[in-house]
Design a protein around this ligand. Structure first.
Ligand code: GDP
Ligand code: MG
Length: 180
């Protein structure tokens, strides 16, 4: 057995088509495959960080089709999560607004549940800079205002930036748990 085994539950939120599945697959396999099905699933992946096996469970969520009928974040998801990644696409203004709305909703839920978990905001598709409509500054300010970490990455272009998102969030989770 491994007494050092640590479980970390990470919830991926954000609008459809922003690259939640691409980021998940990149983290799990180091690869970008281009096409991802529309399925909701939890994926498990063990990473060695500081000689510890960290078991990441990634909940790759689906944004609801009609947001009038159901909220886009559930209490169940928040109770499950140790950390949250909120993803938008830098070339999709509406997806940035979805992240803003989800942050507001999450903060409301957390205050009624009397707990919270660390969150990071991720602007994906940085490789599509010629189509950028959300500036880095806007992203950074949103993250700052909600006390979240902030990253701009490209799931299509590189593994390293994506790795930093998950490792960065893991660091924040460790801090929140009071682990050295
Ligand atoms: P999801 O609905 O949020 O899970 O989004 P997907 O992961 O399915 O990605 C949606 C589309 O965007 C797919 O065609 C991906 O290939 C593409 N995509 C995802 N990440 C990137 C990226 O970083 N750069 C570019 N250029 N395309 C991306
Ligand atoms: Mg997906």
């Amino acid at each position: 057995g491994n007494q050092n085994k640590v479980e970390v539950n990470i919830l991926l939120l954000g609008a459809e088509n922003v690259g939640k599945s691409a980021l998940t697959v990149r983290f799990l396999t180091k690869r970008f495959i281009g096409e991802y099905g529309n399925i909701e699933s939890v994926y498990s992946h063990v990473e060695k960080i500081d000689r510890r096996d960290i078991s990441f469970n990634i909940w790759d969520s689906l944004y609801p089709q009609s947001c009038e009928s159901s909220e886009s974040v559930s209490e169940e998801q928040l109770r499950w999560a140790d950390g949250i990644v909120l993803v938008y696409s830098i070339c999709d203004r509406a997806s940035f607004e979805v992240v803003q709305q989800q942050i507001t909703l999450i903060q409301k839920l957390f205050s009624s549940l009397s707990f919270s978990v660390p969150m990071v905001v991720v602007g994906n598709k940085r490789d599509l800079h010629h189509r950028r409509v959300v500036s880095s500054e806007e992203g950074r300010l949103l993250a700052l205002s909600a006390d979240c970490g902030f990253f701009e990455v490209s799931a299509a272009e590189a593994y390293h930036g994506v790795l930093l998102v998950f490792h960065g969030l893991h660091e924040l989770i460790k801090e929140a748990r009071g682990v050295k």
